[in-house]
Design a protein around this ligand. Sequence first.
Ligand code: TXA
Ligand code: MG
Length: 350
Amino acid sequence: MKSRTLVFKFGDKDFEAGINRAADIIREGGTVAFPTETVYGLGADALNAEAVHKIFKAKGRPADNPLIVHIASRDQCSELAEEIPADALRLMDLFWPGPLTLILKAKDIVPDVTTGGLDTVGLRMPENPIALELIRRSERPIAAPSANTSGSPSPTTARHVIQDLEGKIDVILDGGPTEIGLESTVVDMTGDVPVILRPGHVTAENIRECVGDVRIGYKDRTLEEGEVARSPGMKYTHYSPKTSVILIEGDVEDVRKAIEEVVSECHQEGERVGLLMTEETAEFVKADEIYFLGKRDVPAQAARSIFMGLRHLDNTNLDLIVVDGTLNKEGIGAAVFNRLRKAADRIINA
Ligand code: TXA
Ligand code: MG
């Protein structure tokens, strides 16, 4: 029989009691999905190997993909990480609490299942007050990947978590839609120069301004066979709906024409097409279903919408999803394109 997942909703009378219940469940070795400012996380006591195993099982996550450990104080940071470099302290001062994960040398108390067998650990102090309260009240560091089935688009609402994990986890804390909409920036602080392993809301420029230098250590496409991943998460398919996704990039006019061609070819075959579109492009093209990414020059709006949009279109019985790649690539736009390129089965340069 499926076990029951308790859901507590912000604004309801029992929400405060719900956070306490969730904190007890973390202490007892159970699993709790909770909102952060980026996406929903699926948490368990980071120092309890058996509890962390439950996360991998619920998500169907490959065992060598390490988890980010969420903390609520600098003291917790020193309990988990060895030798915190001066640059890491500077980044913490500027960006914590917030959407930045720092990879540091791990202390031995962090179990292998949490670090994916690495000698490093990813630490992040989230800004969302519900996340912080859960960590404080449980008095545990909380290991939490995104609260989705491994490989599917990340969850930005409690509904997404329910779709993927209901019956497989103990509690969901529903704090409404997340603000940023895509996952934290991951930065490796164990070498001479910080290396960005995953782009996010905190940009390369932000990091360079803070510590002087930074390198890009990620690729937007899943690795080719034989390539070595610095971050184990890089080598797996990500963010993909079940429906095929085509991303079309290039000049505005060329993209518009290419989208029209793809749509008309599909319609000739009797197929249904959905579009994930900027408002500007959508003025010109028609399809069976459209989900808006906002205005071309506001990548923060697209960041909030891409996972929601991919999930929505995936549930509307389409044969193909076409994504409008005319979005601005500056700032958080780099992170938006990283997720879109990984989600795409095919990328067309129009
Ligand atoms: O915003 C976020 O980071 C969300 C929320 C819940 O905090 N969490 C999240 O976790 O996105 P997850 O597991 O979906 O992604 C964690 C990424 C993976 O690509 C993983 O490989 C990488 O961080 N990572 C974690 N620990 C690492 C380590 N020690 N060394 C290198 N990469 C690491
Ligand atoms: Mg994830």
